[in-house]
Design a protein around this ligand. Structure first.
Ligand code: ZN
Length: 272
């Protein structure tokens, strides 16, 4: 009796601390659009599977939040949706971090930074000596990053921006990045398990700001795409965030949650 009991305990323990390699661990590092509220960060997420750590966007405050989650030298790769400041502001400091960790002997390879090269952009600045390495992505070209198949879809935004779909062992996750309403995103996100969707505006602000969506539109997008779970992010600095959740819930039949720094989700758990 003792052997199977111990075996079960080990599996459950792995699940509780999120270190089961079959799981995807998603950590929110920040939830704000434009600039971070005090002590927080711009909208950003860390994806972890098979001990591969992929940072998704790197705006202001993200590096500070990342250091609370993993040793900075453990970061495996960064992917950028677009070049607005609230998605790239911390890259210079990230490059210095890689330099210092290299000098300390804790890291010996460049950090890959995946990003598009369309329009006015900072692509040429993403490579820094041999500490970070720019890798160009294209909307029509799926790539493999660590354990994930990664696909892209151009969004409706004021700068060229790519939504990203991550398909891992047990879970498909779509990150809309910044976008106005887009029928293309419905097809792109079809059947995904989780959608992380921008929610920059309240319902009564529809079409007030070009290139961003209301919480109700985020809910409608999730409903039409048939995803199971919606995580709202990229919040405005006014009003009551709880209303954003309620406005999405009015139109989406699945689960809606608000992003918040250091909030963790674990997906792909087949035994619970
Ligand atoms: Zn933007």
């Amino acid at each position: 009796m003792s052997t199977p009991r111990r075996g079960i305990w080990i599996i459950l323990k792995k699940k509780q601390d999120g270190r089961n390699d079959d799981n995807v661990k998603l950590t929110c590092l920040g939830c704000w659009g434009a600039y971070p509220a005090g002590g927080s960060a711009n909208s950003s997420f860390l994806l972890e599977e098979e001990q591969f750590y992929l940072l998704v966007d790197c705006g202001s405050g993200v590096l500070s939040q990342l250091g609370k989650v993993i040793p900075i030298e453990s970061l495996s790769a960064l992917i950028l949706s677009h070049y607005h400041h609230d998605h790239v502001a911390d890259i210079g400091c990230l490059q210095y971090a890689m330099l210092i960790q290299n000098q300390l002997g804790k890291r010996d390879k460049p950090l890959p930074i995946y990003a598009h090269g369309e329009g006015e952009n900072l692509f040429h600045t993403l490579s820094y000596k041999h500490y970070t390495e720019a890798r160009r992505i294209f909307a029509e070209q799926a790539i493999q990053i660590g354990p994930w198949k990664v696909e892209f879809c151009p969004t409706r935004h004021t700068a060229y921006c790519l939504a990203v779909k991550f398909t891992g062992n047990n879970h498909t996750l779509v990150y809309t990045a910044d976008t106005g309403w887009s029928d293309e995103l419905i097809d792109f996100a079809k059947g995904a398990d989780t959608m992380i969707c921008e929610s920059s505006l309240y319902k009564d602000q529809k079409d007030l700001v070009q290139g961003h969506m209301t919480a109700a539109e985020a809910g409608e997008l999730a409903e039409k795409a048939g995803v199971k779970q919606l995580i709202l992010t990229h919040f405005p600095h006014y009003g009551n965030q709880q209303e954003l959740q309620e406005q999405a819930e009015e139109v989406f039949s699945g689960s809606v949650e608000l992003a918040k720094e250091q909030k963790i989700w674990i997906f792909g758990n087949t035994l619970l």
